[in-house]
Ligand binder design. Structure first.
Ligand SMILES: Nc1ncnc2c1ncn2[C@@H]1O[C@H](COP(=O)(O)OP(=O)(O)OP(=O)(O)O)[C@@H](O)[C@H]1O
Length: 252
């Protein structure tokens, strides 16, 4: 479980996160939503210790990640798989080597064990045959899948999805949502998704955390979101071309 307690963060004296508290429960998929610049990425970076809070704490399984040594932080970070927004595959490595990279960096697995694990991960993302392909031979959706295979290679307990559907066509975005949902259940991981995409949120998340102007404005389940009459939340959701109770098809 991850607990964020009264987090404050400013850049150049400009407050970006103000008294943010949040609980991310084991096994759930939580979507962090909010307008551009509302602090979603800054909050996400605090979860893995890439940013330090000015005040407040981030507890991962009860451990305050800002009160431990770098070695201990590295051990905790190993429990996180991150799917970065850009996909961020290494262009000079084929798909197999991309997925093998964290295994080579963080484990002492033999070549045969690495081969088996990479194949397993590529099968989990439904791309069993792309190992030899270079990133520039893959479509946007396939790159996301390979990046996802790399994110799960070390069998993380937590997976962070940073804008997983941004830049994808609607059909591919739906396929990625479906894959994320499937993986979260099959691997029994805790998912944290940072997104503006309400379609993704509704099809993947169990709960939603809405950041507004750096504050945690609303947290609740999808069902509670459907029933909410919070005007600020509704305005955000409406601007996302989704009407409560009436999902409209994704448009390009
Ligand atoms: N390292 C940094 N130094 C200075 N300002 C920063 C830094 N990182 C983020 N900010 C500022 O913090 C604010 C929140 O940024 P953040 O990236 O968290 O927004 P976001 O909600 O993720 O937006 P988007 O949906 O556009 O990605 C922005 O105004 C941004 O310019």
């Amino acid at each position: 479980m991850i607990r964020v307690e009264h987090l404050y963060k400013s850049f150049d004296e400009r407050p970006v996160l103000v008294d943010v508290s949040l609980e991310i429960r084991d096994g759930e998929t939580l979507a962090i939503i909010g307008r551009s610049g509302s602090g979603k990425s800054v909050l996400m970076k605090h979860l893995i210790g890439l940013l330090k809070p000015d005040r407040g704490r981030v507890l991962v399984d009860g451990v305050d990640i800002n009160a431990i040594s770098y070695e201990e932080l590295r051990r905790i970070r190993r429990q996180f798989g991150v799917l970065f927004q850009s996909g961020a595959l290494f262009d000079s490595m084929n798909a197999f080597e991309n997925v093998a990279f964290p295994l080579r960096t963080f484990t002492s697995l033999s070549e045969e064990e690495i081969r088996r694990r990479v194949q397993e991960c590529l099968e989990l993302v439904q791309l069993p045959d792309v190992g030899p392909k270079m990133p520039d031979e893959l479509s946007g959706g396939m790159k996301k899948r390979v990046a996802l295979a790399r994110a799960i290679a070390l069998e993380p307990r937590y997976i962070i999805y940073d804008e997983p559907t941004t830049g994808l066509d609607p059909e591919t975005a739906n396929a990625i949502d479906e894959l994320i949902r499937d993986l979260n259940h099959r691997l029994n991981v805790t998912g944290i998704m940072v997104t503006h995409d309400m379609h993704s949120v509704l099809s993947v998340a169990d709960r939603v955390a809405f950041l507004y102007q750096g504050r945690m404005h609303w947290v609740g389940t999808i069902e509670e979101l459907h029933r909410s009459d919070d005007p600020t939340l509704l305005a955000f959701v409406k601007a996302s071309e989704y009407q409560i109770g009436q999902p409209i098809p994704r448009s390009a």
